[in-house]
Design a protein around this ligand. Structure first.
Ligand code: FRU
Length: 494
């Protein structure tokens, strides 16, 4: 039986969606149907389509009691909204259905594993979130909460585990048909770790072990873990809260972390070898992956960040969008990302400019727009006397621009939205140390109205940023301090 809370949410979103101007939404990035969106949830392939759920507060463009929004797509780019899948309507999730994931059961039903939140007064008078793991089962449209929920509670925590921070289960199936999941947790002192659980059927779960621990290296609580084997390596993704910066690798605040190492499938043991950020831009958090039917590991993230996502007015009818889905690979112990190849089907006319040699500023015929897939390769004209800075400026008019620049002597790429129209004293720039040889660099830039995703050197580093510049600002120009030679291949995206 569907609860009144869910029925209300479904009615509301359907009515309100009609009031939202489609032209003001991104075209191939999933945005909130109405109200607020954060983390991607339940990213899965089910009955011939990709399903993507999301943290959702339909009634307000700011965070509130979490529902699960729902959309489906065949190509990961054109999304069709389905009715909200979960609402906070049980005792154990009355204060929110937090993040989680999905799997397909042997009988063909779709299983959702998520965090239920209920607030509880503590002996010291404070009110805290109690977090447990819950199951709902459905047909890709309607979901029933499993009567055995919650399936994991504080009783299933290892010693010293915080019951206030026990969330975001990510499930996968082993070759023998049994299930595993990783869940974010921290110690009572607030030090993040990833817990591993096992289940024969997706409903009955058992604590196994601490799969990875922070040991006070990367922020505090670790949110939204994901774990998979890719290209022969074990990969753990997580989103740490409260990070301190480390060089150009990690920035302050909520960040993203990828641990790469070896993974023993027999004993489910992860041995860490390397760490890196997942995205080096401003707006990317809480990514989750899906294994596509063709074997690709595809990741999508929330294209926002918690420190700047509350600046819009409550009158705004929707807020929040996802990143592009990205194909992952591991090469030389490092995570690489590239836009899903389905994006190529959206390409319109090709504009090519080879070997453009210039200093100062150029504009190129046919190169403009706010829905763009553009690859730029730049090299110095004289390697003995390299250019000092190169930049691509976009979403540009007389007063506005957002840019991505490269300084070959420092090997730094910077995304800068200071002139994007923002009136707030927030982070507008972020820098990242990249690899470049003799001042040569390649950048693929994807624009979809209000966002820019920059894939440097075939996805070795990625920088993502939103920009809320008026759509009329659609200029693109190139800047060089010193002489460069540049190749540009640009497609308008349909
Ligand atoms: C991450 C997160 C998750 C939680 C959800 C709540 O952005 O804080 O840990 O499940 O958002 O909306």
């Amino acid at each position: 039986m569907m609860s009144q809370t869910l029925r209300d949410a479904r009615k509301y979103e359907e009515a309100m969606e009609r009031k939202i101007d489609k032209a003001a939404r991104p075209d191939f990035h999933l945005a909130a149907r109405v109200g607020w969106m954060n983390d991607p949830n339940g990213f899965s392939y089910y009955k011939g389509e990709y399903h993507l759920f999301y943290q959702y507060h339909p009634y307000d463009s700011h965070w509130g009691p979490m529902h699960w929004g729902h959309a489906v797509s065949e190509d990961l780019l054109h999304w069709r909204y389905l009715p909200a899948a979960l609402a906070p309507d049980m005792d154990y999730d009355r204060d929110g259905c937090f993040s989680g994931s999905a799997a397909v059961l042997p009988d063909g039903r779709h299983l959702l594993l998520y965090t239920g939140v209920s607030r509880e007064a503590q002996p010291d008078g404070s009110i805290r979130d109690i977090q447990t793991q819950c199951v709902a089962v459905g047909d890709g449209m309607d979901y029933d909460k499993y009567t055995g929920s919650p399936v994991l509670t504080e009783k299933d925590l290892p010693e010293g585990g915080s019951r206030f921070d026990f969330r975001d289960p990510k499930i996968w199936q082993k070759p023998d048909g049994s299930y595993r999941c990783v869940i974010g947790n921290c110690t009572e002192q607030g030090d993040g770790r990833i817990l591993l659980y096992s289940s024969p059927d997706g409903m009955n779960w058992k604590y196994e072990k601490i799969l990875a621990a922070n040991n006070q290296r990367f922020g505090r609580m670790w949110e939204c873990p994901d774990c998979f084997v890719l290209d022969g390596k074990g990969v753990l993704l997580t989103s740490p809260q409260d990070m301190l910066p480390q060089g150009f690798e990690y920035h302050n605040g909520n960040g993203t972390l990828c641990l790469i190492g070896s993974y023993d499938e027999k004993t489910d043991t992860f041995t860490e070898e390397h760490d890196q950020s997942i995205d080096y831009g401003i707006d990317f958090y809480a990514p989750q992956t899906v294994l596509a039917p063709d074997g690709r590991r595809i990741m999508i993230g929330w294209m926002q960040n918690w420190d700047t996502c509350n600046l819009h007015t409550p009158e705004q009818l929707w807020f929040g969008q996802m990143s592009l889905p990205r194909e992952l690979s591991v090469r030389n112990g490092r995570l690489y990302q590239k836009p899903v190849r389905e994006l190529e089907a959206l390409r319109g006319e090709e504009v090519r400019h080879g070997n453009v040699t210039f200093t100062d500023v150029v504009r190129l015929a046919g190169v403009e727009g706010r829905k763009v897939d553009m690859e730029v390769t730049v090299r110095p004209v004289d390697t003995e006397n390299m250019y000092r800075k190169f930049a691509v400026r976009f979403a540009q008019d007389d007063a506005h621009q957002t840019s991505v620049s490269f300084r070959p002597y420092e090997s730094i790429v910077k995304v800068d939205r200071k002139f994007s129209g923002s009136r707030r004293a927030i982070i507008h720039q972020r820098r990242c140390l990249v690899n470049s040889k003799d001042g040569t660099i390649k950048m693929r830039i994807i624009l979809d109205k209000f966002s820019a995703e920059v894939f440097v050197n075939d996805g070795e580093h990625v920088l993502t940023a939103t920009m809320y510049t008026d759509l009329a600002a659609d200029g693109i120009s190139f800047f060089a301090d010193g002489a460069v030679s540049m190749d540009v291949v640009k497609y308008e995206l349909k």
